[in-house]
Design a protein around this ligand. Sequence first.
Ligand code: R5P
Length: 310
Amino acid sequence: MHHEFIVFAGTANPALAQAVARELGVRLGDCSVERFPDGEISVRLLESVRGKQVFVVQPTSPPVNDNLVELLAFADVCRRSSAGQLTAVVPYFGYARADKRNRRREPITASMVAGLMQTAGVDHVVAVDLHTEQIEGFFAIPVDTLSAVPILCSDLRDRLPRDVVVVSPDAGRVRLATEYAQRLDAELAVLHKRRDSGSETTVTHLVGEVDGRPCLIVDDMISTGGTLVQSVHALRDAGARDLYVSATHGLLLGNARERLAAAGVREVLLSDTVPCGPCREPPVRVASIARLLAAAIARFAVDGSIHDLA
Ligand code: R5P
């Protein structure tokens, strides 16, 4: 069955939302988002959504709390405006790393965020390369996850040296690195990292052969760049030569770019789940997921399967 659908752009990544609309051959829905002097966010829909299938493209990237509340406000207004169904297209899911209690007396904030989205009126979530798959379990509504890895790998395939080794920066990314290695027909190495604080990590072990080899370090996200810089140092100590990086979510906070440049990373490849400004050193290339999101939205609009997209 075909549903009339409409795509709105939140303010977190308007360029991606615009590119998705272009791929779909539709215009973005008319809305206004204002930030009041006290920091409050005001969302208003400037056209009817009654009975329609609504998609709101809004990664909950930094400023995470503002972008999250904006998404919740979109959900609330859609519910109050009698939208048929609201799909939150959240290419980057903030708080995804808070998916378990590492110590006593800690919240599971990812679970709380899932609850907030549902309470606000979200009916369906679309995410890209979620930090951990179990986050889906925090929702009682459908969650469809897509992956940017096939897109990133097709960009990397002809650009990397033949003998490249794909490196997982920690045990948690082994599955991701294995997928890259299979797609790139490359060998795999694994680092083991200990997290000392929110921004400090130490690499303690390396499994795999990297001596004299170019390496591609892969991760789901680059936040401060601390994990990657530690990985680069460990790989260099083990004799690796040219170092490349690929990640789905390039938050690149603070001086992350400078840290990666100082570490001698040759090139960084990111997707556009979050906005990423230009960078000359190290060169940052961006592969867009707009076509993937547009294809998924087009399928949802006709209740079609996304099996071959995910
Ligand atoms: C950790 O489990 C994640 O996959 C990333 O490795 C990490 O969050 C990246 O953060 P940062 O760039 O600050 O080290």
